[in-house]
Design a protein around this ligand. Structure first.
Ligand code: AHR
Length: 516
């Protein structure tokens, strides 16, 4: 491959990453809660039943905010079922995942788990089977200090101090026919704005995200965002986006190109939000909450992998086993998020444990890292700061990405996909620059030359690569480190310059220090 050049200039900046860009998601779904973060009786579990082997991996992964309790689950959830004495909590049918929900873990346990993990909680309210009334009651229960029935109920349940949850999702994927009590954009917009009003009257410090489309390929995408924001514009701070990329077509180049569609999706939602602002003659800018993103397809389409018969508790569903190539596509999605740090202020990797997750467990057994764990952990640790606007000169390839979600099977042509996908972030404290770089060529190494204008001569702190000769290689209980980062050798530095050779089909993180 010919030389690939990147120009970074000190004053050319996309924006600053918000700490909430590095979030994840815990849903009552399969073994995410039960057998995932919570497993009383497990040898590492504490008095509350929290698995500490999982907690150790969560700390290493370093998510900053955690969305809960769904997902599709929230659209049928009665939050009252999950609080109070555990022995009195009802078991319920969960129609999202055809399971039995035992409710032995609920909002208060989730908040305790977040505090223990050092993670900000993000709660979603049920705007499917319920509405503004249940939403305001949950908020009063969580955030009001004391002296009302619901705040005193929380105190009676053992949580004297308010939970002080600041970020709230107004429902989940309300445009999807799979959603309990799916709505049209106008129906949802009306319910969302009324719920938002009640919630902010109780606690004006909260921030709210309205549901955007559940995918770019939904038939109502675009019109949905426009109508929903026309209803909610004055009352919310965020609109949500969801994307799961796939390799149904067994077309790895197309899978690795798919994060470029995520770039387009983000830019389209920004344009729609700003057009609503323009029509409202407003300078307010709605920010984006990319509150579900990942690779997901093997455990998605057929009901036999999604639903187990007999209404089981915590069935083994959506337990996607991630490969090396998934980690590459996933890394590309990380880069897309970073490069839109000016407008994407919140993002949640869906999900955290067992269910389409970076962390896997065996119930009663060990926990380990999936392949996608590594790009996320690197991004969360070193992606904080000023995202630099990278000018990239790279050869390209053509791909066609197949995406079956929604009512039709769609093919997205991608005529010009640069082999290099890259984000560069400057740590505002130390001045260190971290490059996240994906070589999407499956056979050829990439000679990379980065010009760093206005930074002085850099020094190498660390260079890591994630690659495997077999793109289908996975991490398993018995071989948990088969796909894991190794040192990238051969990085050279000169005046204003860094050179490296990126292996074919590799994810790379290169950290450069500023001269002292
Ligand atoms: O993350 C799995 C599911 O994907 C969520 O419950 C839903 O919101 C989305 O369709």
């Amino acid at each position: 491959m010919r030389k690939v050049s990147v120009l970074l200039q000190h004053d050319a900046v996309v924006g600053e990453t918000d700490p909430r860009l590095f979030g994840a998601f815990v849903e009552h779904l399969g073994r995410c809660v039960y057998g995932g973060i919570y497993e009383p009786g497990h040898k590492t579990a504490d008095k509350q039943g929290f698995r500490h082997d999982v907690l150790a991996l969560v700390r290493e992964l370093a998510p900053t905010i955690m969305r809960y309790p769904g997902g599709n689950f929230v659209s049928g959830y009665n939050w009252e079922d999950g609080v109070g004495p555990v022995e009195k909590r009802p078991r319920r049918l969960d129609l999202a995942w055809m399971s039995t929900e035992p409710n032995t873990f609920g909002t208060n346990e989730f908040i305790d788990w977040c505090r223990l993990a050092g993670i900000e909680p993000m709660l979603a309210v049920n705007l499917g089977t319920r509405g503004g009334d249940a939403a305001r009651e949950l908020l009063e229960y969580c955030n009001h200090p004391k002296g009302t029935a619901l705040s005193d109920l929380r105190r009676k349940h053992g949580w004297e101090e308010p939970h002080d949850v600041r970020f709230w999702c107004l429902g989940n994927e309300m445009d999807g026919p799979w959603q309990m009590e799916m709505k049209t954009a106008d129906e949802y917009g009306r319910i969302a704005v009324e719920a938002a009003k009640l919630m902010k009257w109780i606690d004006p410090r909260i921030e709210l995200a309205a549901c955007g489309s559940s995918g770019r390929n939904m038939p109502t995408f675009g019109a949905w965002e426009d109508r929903v924001l026309q209803h909610t514009f004055a009352h919310v701070e965020y609109i949500s986006l969801h994307t799961y990329v796939n390799n149904y077509a067994h077309d790895t180049p197309a899978l690795l190109a798919s994060p470029d569609l995520m770039d387009g999706f983000i830019e389209e939602v920004v344009a729609i939000a700003d057009s609503v602002a323009a029509r409202a003659h407003s300078t307010k800018r709605i920010m984006l909450s990319f509150d579900e993103w990942n690779v997901w397809y093997r455990t998605r389409r057929s009901s036999d992998v999604r639903v187990k018969p007999g209404w089981p508790v915590a069935p083994q569903i959506l337990e996607e086993i991630y490969s090396m190539e998934d980690a590459l596509a996933f890394g590309g999605m990380c880069i897309s998020l970073l490069n839109h740090a000016d407008r994407v202020k919140v993002a949640c990797l869906a999900q955290l444990v067992n269910v389409i997750a970076p962390i896997m467990t065996e119930t009663g057994g060990p926990a380990w890292r999936q392949t996608i764990f590594h790009p996320f952990a690197q991004m969360s640790h070193f992606g904080r700061g000023r995202v630099l606007r990278a000018e990239i000169d790279s050869p390209t390839y053509a791909a066609s990405y197949y995406d079956p979600r929604g009512s039709a099977d769609l093919h997205f042509p991608l005529p010009s996909v640069p082999y290099l996908k890259l984000a560069a972030v400057e740590d505002t404290g130390t001045g260190a620059i971290t490059l996240f770089a994906l070589n999407r060529h499956l056979e050829q190494p990439m000679p990379l030359e980065v010009t760093l204008r206005g930074f002085g001569t850099p020094a190498l702190i660390e260079a890591l690569q994630l690659r495997h000769a077999n793109l289908k290689a996975t991490n398993t209980k018995d071989r948990p480190d088969r796909v894991s980062p190794s040192t990238l050798t051969g990085v050279t530095l000169g005046v204003d310059r860094m050179k490296a050779t990126l292996a074919p089909a590799s994810w790379n993180m290169i950290r450069l220090g500023r001269p002292g």
